[in-house]
Ligand binder design. Structure first.
Ligand SMILES: Nc1ncnc2c1ncn2[C@@H]1O[C@H](COP(=O)(O)OP(=O)(O)OP(=O)(O)O)[C@@H](O)[C@H]1O
Ligand SMILES: [Mg+2]
Length: 477
């Protein structure tokens, strides 16, 4: 079966609901109206029939028959109540009949048992067929003519149901017209509503196709607090994120190709110089050393990228252990000794306590500290100072490790971006330094994994402090 659009579905549902309500409501209204009309008629007939019967009994009683009044009553019945009347004596023989009847009805004897009750003095009402006189269904009222205690005969009034149906259909037609008008108004509103509902959905679907083709800047304009509004909001959010991801991907490829190409080109250059003999004996060793340094840089860069990739794919496990952070700091600093000496830096270690036991992943903390110290050395001014400090915050159960250098520093704008992948502040200045722009993004990911926090304060050309937290070891653990 062909897929139906929301619009078609709405129309079909509307038609189904409307038809059903039409049948139920129409049926109930018709039933209620017809009952009401028939009951009203019955009351009218009863009043009029009783009036005729009483008038007739009075005239028999007084011996004066007011023919005019009787005729008037019969005419009223005929003209205004659309009904007919006949009078029968106690032998059920008709002796007066309204004009609507066939003339030869006079003198006929009514055999239908329905009227028997009247001759015993009861009022009879009946709704159904009175085949003897009428072909159609009738509403019938019979009233006894009583003089003293004797029943002299009866007055019988009839109204055919088809006559009544005329007034019933008159009322129901009005209701029907109202229903049709409201259904039409409903249909117009439904049409407008469905169009409004479908429009953003169509746009979302169109935009998805545009996005699938690689254009992530597509935005949909639709402001509403309903579910469609939420859908559009989520869609725009998704498009925005895809756009960001795409930019990151492009930047990543651009950065990585640049960062891989430059050391490779320099290695190539040095090796060529050695092979074709341009480099003399004493340069050779220098060139080989530089080439070796470049390969180390390449390997660090690829390791960093691999690490980030592993973090992204949740391939990193955390192994908590108890260790002394002071030891870890001392040991890491000693590894950097040659570089510290090269730059004639003074490094000061300020430990709040002799031993500070923490409970964390030693390997990750080492990486974090190593990256921060590496940056501090790299971006320090020659012959300046680096201060590494620990501060214990017992209520928070944390120790804060800070690394402060007095080097190039960072501007407010740079501070916002340093933790981003491949971000290198002031690229011209970083050219000669071994900068991959990955160190701090790994630091940030590790801090997040360990549930710790990192803070950065810096002033351009003056200083930079990175400060991160580690959970203290508690005896209970
Ligand atoms: N202590 C610091 N002082 C001044 N600038 C810094 C400092 N630490 C980081 N930065 C700036 O932040 C940038 C990003 O640092 P990050 O450690 O992520 O990368 P990197 O040191 O350039 O390269 P990698 O760490 O991958 O070898 C650096 O390029 C530098 O511009
Ligand atoms: Mg770094």
């Amino acid at each position: 079966m062909k897929n139906k659009s929301i619009f078609t579905k709405h129309v079909l549902i509307y038609l189904a609901i409307f038809s059903l309500s039409f049948i139920i409501l129409g049926g109930s209204i018709y039933y209620a109206v017809s009952r009401h009309v028939i009951n009203e008629k019955k009351t009218e007939l009863l009043t009029k029939t009783r009036q005729i019967s009483e008038e007739y009994s009075n005239s028999v009683y007084s011996g004066i028959l007011n023919v005019e009044s009787l005729q008037y009553d019969i005419r009223t019945l005929e003209e205004y109540l659309d009904s007919q009347v006949f009078l029968a004596d106690k032998n059920k023989k008709i002796y007066v009949a309204s004009e609507g009847f066939n003339k030869n009805i006079i003198g006929q004897t009514v055999t239908n048992d329905i009227i028997n009750g009247v001759f015993s003095g009861d009022v009879v009402t009946f709704e159904g067929y009175f085949k003897e006189i009428f072909n159609d269904k009738v509403l019938f009222v019979g009233y006894p003519i009583v003089v003293g205690k004797q029943v002299l005969g009866g007055v019988f009034t009839f109204c055919t149901i088809p006559t009544l149906e005329k007034s019933i259909s008159g009322i129901t037609n009005v209701v029907l017209i109202c229903m049709i008008v409201s259904a039409l108004i409903g249909a117009v509103l439904l049409y407008l509503f469905s169009k409004r509902l479908v429009k953003p959905i169509k746009e979302v679907s169109k935009a998805s196709r545009i996005i699938a083709d690689g254009n992530f800047d597509k935005k949909i304009e639709y402001k509403s607090n309903d579910e469609i509004g939420d859908l559009v909001k989520s869609f725009n959010y998704m498009a925005e994120n895809l756009d960001k991801q795409e930019k990151l991907r492009r930047d990543f490829i651009a950065n990585i190709s640049h960062d891989l190409r430059s050391p490779l080109t320099s290695i190539q250059g040095f090796l060529n110089a050695i092979i074709d003999g341009t480099a003399d004996e004493c340069d050779r060793e220098k060139y080989i050393k530089i080439a070796l340094e470049e390969t180390k840089r390449l390997s660090e860069l690829t390791n960093g990228i691999l690490m980030l990739n592993n973090i992204e794919n949740n391939k990193i496990t955390i192994d908590f252990e108890k260790f002394d952070i002071n030891d870890l700091i001392r040991e890491t600093v000693s590894r950097f000794k040659p570089r510290i000496e090269d730059k004639k830096l003074e490094i000061e270690l300020i430990f709040e306590e002799k031993e500070t036991y923490v409970y964390s992943d030693g390997e990750k903390i080492f990486r974090i500290f190593q990256n921060l110290l590496d940056n501090a050395i790299k971006f320090s001014n020659i012959s300046s100072k680096i201060i590494v400090e620990t501060n214990i915050d017992n209520p928070k159960n944390k120790v804060y490790v800070s690394v402060k250098d007095f080097g190039v520093g960072l501007s407010e704008e740079e501070i916002k971006h340093v933790f981003e992948r491949f971000y290198k502040a002031d690229s011209s200045r970083n050219k000669e330094k071994a900068c991959g722009g990955i160190g701090l993004s790994i630091v940030k990911e590790f801090i997040k994994l360990l549930g710790e926090e990192i803070d950065l304060k810096s002033k351009k050309g003056e200083y930079t402090i990175f400060k991160f937290s580690i959970s203290l070891y508690q005896e209970m653990k």
